[in-house]
Design a protein around this ligand. Structure first.
Ligand SMILES: [Zn+2]
Length: 261
């Protein structure tokens, strides 16, 4: 690996920690994800990863005051720890490792599709809450508070599609291995991954209600007291859902590519 690229990954991880976008463990996880993706796909892989990381950070800062209420609903702060980093980048890391081991281009499609899904989901959750109307729960089609898991809005859905498309466009420009068909497949898989994320969020993800203030949250504790379980499985948190959805997107692309190649 080129020393300049190595230093760049180190610098970005360090800056992520310095600017409180990443916790210490998050910075280490980001560093290793970056190293693995670059080992597999060279600097081009880093550009795709950067497109995800960069646009996600930008959208998260965009009109952040309007989204401050939603932050409270989520169990964690905006400083990402290793679990949150691997929830989004872990699938790309696994497919990159498989690519290094097998040298089969199909795993490149898998890695890029899982990043497309992660980007689609992040764009949807950063842009969707800026919608004027409240989102609709896919469980009962009722309007629910912004930031609720398993809820959709038109703006969020369009943002998800755009987020997936961006990763496909960046990839087709960078890699000669990516055909137009592959790019379409990546866009669809990323979008599908984001839908799967919503479905898992709606039906399986853990949700608690605080006894004191009534807030529905992912955190098992709120206002200093134990919160009441509303639905879902305790081990299925937002990170688990993100990881599963992005992995599913990569897996789906690999399966379809296997059939059509
Ligand atoms: Zn509370």
């Amino acid at each position: 690996m080129n020393e300049a690229v190595l230093l760049l990954i180190l610098a970005v991880s360090f800056l992520g920690w310095k600017t409180k976008n990443l916790s210490g463990s998050g910075a280490i996880a980001a560093f290793f994800t970056g190293i693995t993706v670059v080992s597999a796909f060279g600097w081009r892989g880093l550009v795709v990863l950067g497109a995800f990381f960069g646009t996600s950070s930008l959208w998260s800062k965009f009109r952040s005051s309007a989204k401050a209420e939603i932050e409270k609903k989520l169990a964690k702060t905006s400083e990402r720890d290793w679990q949150q980093v691997l929830a989004n980048g872990g699938s790309a890391l696994i497919f990159s490792l498989l690519y290094i081991i097998t040298d089969d281009a199909i795993y490149m499609l898998g890695a890029i599709s899982s990043l497309a899904a992660a980007n689609a989901d992040t764009w949807a959750s950063e842009i969707g809450p800026l919608s004027k109307s409240d989102p609709i729960s896919i469980r009962n089609l009722a309007r629910v508070e912004k930031g609720s898991s398993g809820a959709v809005s038109l703006l969020g859905t369009l943002a998800s599609l755009a987020g997936s498309l961006l990763i496909a466009l960046v990839s087709i420009l960078l890699f000669k291995e990516i055909s137009i068909i592959s790019a379409i497949l990546i866009t669809c898989a990323g979008f599908f991954g984001s839908l799967a994320d919503t479905m898992l969020g709606a039906y399986l993800q853990i949700e608690y209600r605080c006894h004191r203030c009534g807030l529905v949250t992912e955190s098992p504790e709120h206002c200093g007291v134990k919160a009441e379980g509303l639905k879902g499985f305790s081990f299925i948190n937002n990170e688990f859902v993100n990881f599963s959805a992005s992995f599913l997107a990569g897996f789906l692309t690999i399966m379809i590519s296997n059939v059509i190649r």
